[in-house]
Structures are given as C-alpha cells and as structure tokens.
Design a protein around this ligand. Structure first.
Ligand SMILES: [Zn+2]
Length: 166
C-alpha cells in the first residue's frame, strides 16, 4: 500500500492511484471529465494548467502492448475526442502527450496544452517538467484555479454533448 496525499490535504492508502481514480474510490478535484468502457479522463489540479487532461486505462496495466484490441480502439477514439474538445471549446492549438511505462501507478497519458508562457522553458520535451512545476508553484492562485475548474466543466459538457450525438 502507498500513502498518497490528495490536493485537499487528505491522506489515503491505495495500492495504485490510477486504480483508485478509475474505480471511483478517489474523486478527482473537478470531477471525472469523461468515462468510457475502458478509459477514464480527469484533470490533475495539482498542476493547474487549463485543459490539461489525464487519460487513464481502467485496467491495471503498464505497457502499451498490453492493450486489448477493444482498448486500443477506445483509446484512440477517446484521445481524439478530448483533443477535439480542447480545440473547439478552449481554443487549444497544440498539445504535448506524455506517457511513461515505468509508472508507479498504471497506464495513463498526460495531455498537456502548449501555452505561450511555456516557451521560456524550451520548445519540446525538455520544457514539460519545468512548465508543470511552474504551474504548480506559481499559478496555484485563486484566479487561475477558477479558470482551470471552469475549463474542466466546459470540457465535460462538450464531451457529454458530442457523445450523445454519436
Ligand atoms: Zn492500477
């Protein structure tokens, strides 16, 4: 078991944070944005970047080649639906995707919108961690958090709507 401190300060012990989130044991701040048969999307508000999404598998797997055929199809469909929603309702032009197989949790893909202020940290993969840390330490103020939370609601609404329309 691992002890995890949630952003609200509460401590919980879980085997795997991704399992706890996708099973609904832990409710992410801002709520679940999208859930399908095999995947679950939410924002990690510990990194308050508007439109940032984390797409996790529901099954406890680590590596890309462990996905079943059905999961592969669901994955690319969910990923592109979220990407389209980020563009359509938040005006996000570019997204960085990050996924590491040696995670302490399980299969999850970070979808990190690229904003102008990130340019000072570099142009590619090297900018990711400094940008995330900058958000965590310098953008964790009320005004930005409100924007981030608002974006979660807007994305959820858009994705629910696009789902109901097939
Ligand atoms: Zn897990």
């Amino acid at each position: 078991m691992r002890k995890i401190t949630l952003s609200n300060g509460k401590e919980v012990e879980v085997e795997c944070l991704s399992c706890a989130l996708t099973n609904g044991l832990i409710e992410p701040d801002g709520g679940v944005v999208l859930e399908t048969e095999y995947f679950h999307a939410h924002q990690d508000v510990a990194y308050p970047i508007k439109g940032l999404m984390i797409l996790a598998s529901k099954r406890h797997i680590k590596c890309f080649d462990e996905l079943t055929e059905e999961e592969k199809i669901d994955y690319i469909q969910v990923l592109t639906r979220i990407r389209k929603a980020q563009r359509d309702v938040l005006g996000i032009d570019y997204v960085y995707y990050f996924y590491n197989e040696d995670t302490t949790h399980h299969f999850h893909t970070w979808m990190v919108p690229r904003y102008g202020w990130m340019a000072e940290f570099g142009r590619s993969v090297e900018s990711l961690r400094p940008a995330l840390l900058h958000a965590r330490h310098k953008m964790n103020h009320h005004e930005n958090i409100d924007e981030v939370m608002g974006a979660i609601d807007v994305l959820r609404e858009e994705l629910t709507h696009s789902q109901s329309n097939g």
